[in-house]
Design a protein around this ligand. Structure first.
Ligand SMILES: [Zn+2]
Length: 268
């Protein structure tokens, strides 16, 4: 497995070549349709999931029987890594929001690798910090921002991880994902459709005017992407600097590049 493979994932890219080679025998690559359950909340993860494509929603339970998206993860992320370390059930469910190609690694193999590789532990720690940052921002977004702005963010996040402009979603699914009433989504999406921003046909949303969404999305969209600096320098290089180099050198290495305005774009 090399980082030049067509199918790749940011977590795998940041591992050392040695760690990638040792993981390779355990990697199972599968294709999953949209709206499929990958992990039921309340159970331990059986696998650590590394998306090559598509989008996975991490969902929190919302009584009595609803699930709300807290974070959307694509090929820039990893799902279930912390559960593999902590050996505790995760209350959060994971569903595919888009059809996805994923690599999955049995949690025991993943855990054994972590026990032998400080570099890999560093990568996991960094990704879990990034995930926690996104969850915290998602809480702020739900509490402070309008449904219109949140819908713009959700559509942008999904399109960032899609292969095109047509997304197969019902209004029911979007309402569930955002934790609002279906009638609210009908009203808000109707305004976007009347303005020509989206076209809604037969369970498909076509994004016709992405720039409008970018102008009207809440600040959380950029905030969730702006911590991408955490992943821009291979962690094993940073670890070497921290262990062997002067502290000042490590501190300077944190800000290796200015953050991109508008956040990380995942689409080619
Ligand atoms: Zn927001």
């Amino acid at each position: 497995m090399t980082t030049s493979d067509v199918e790749s994932n940011r977590f795998l890219e940041l591992l050392t070549e040695q760690d990638r080679a040792q993981l390779q025998p355990y990697v199972q690559t599968i294709t999953v349709a949209g709206s499929q359950l990958l992990h039921a909340g309340g159970e331990e993860y059986d696998y650590v999931i590394l998306p090559y494509s598509g989008a996975i929603g991490l969902k929190a339970p919302y009584p009595p029987d609803n699930l709300i998206d807290t974070v959307v993860v694509g090929r820039e992320g990893v799902v279930g890594a912390l559960s593999a370390i902590a050996t505790t059930p995760s209350p959060y469910a994971a569903h595919t929001l888009l059809p996805a190609r994923i690599a999955r690694i049995p949690k025991l193999a993943f855990r054994n690798m972590l026990d032998s590789s400080p570099q890999m532990r560093e990568v996991v720690a960094r990704f879990e910090c990034g995930l926690l940052t996104k969850v915290q921002q998602s809480v702020c977004c739900a509490a402070a921002h309008s449904v219109e702005a949140r819908l713009c963010r959700w559509l942008l996040e999904i399109q960032d991880r899609s292969q095109g402009d047509r997304l197969a979603f019902t209004q029911d699914l979007i309402a569930q994902s955002l934790g609002v009433r279906r009638t609210t989504i009908t009203l808000v999406a109707g305004k976007l459709q009347q303005s020509g921003v989206i076209r809604w046909q037969r369970g498909q949303v076509q994004i016709a005017n992405r720039s409008f969404l970018e102008q009207h999305v809440c600040s959380c969209y950029a905030a969730m992407n702006n911590h991408s600096w955490m992943f821009e320098c291979a962690p094993h290089q940073r670890l070497e600097q921290r262990l062997n180099g002067p502290e000042q050198q490590f501190s300077q290495s944190v800000n290796v590049r200015p953050r991109e305005p508008g956040g990380l774009r995942l689409r080619p």
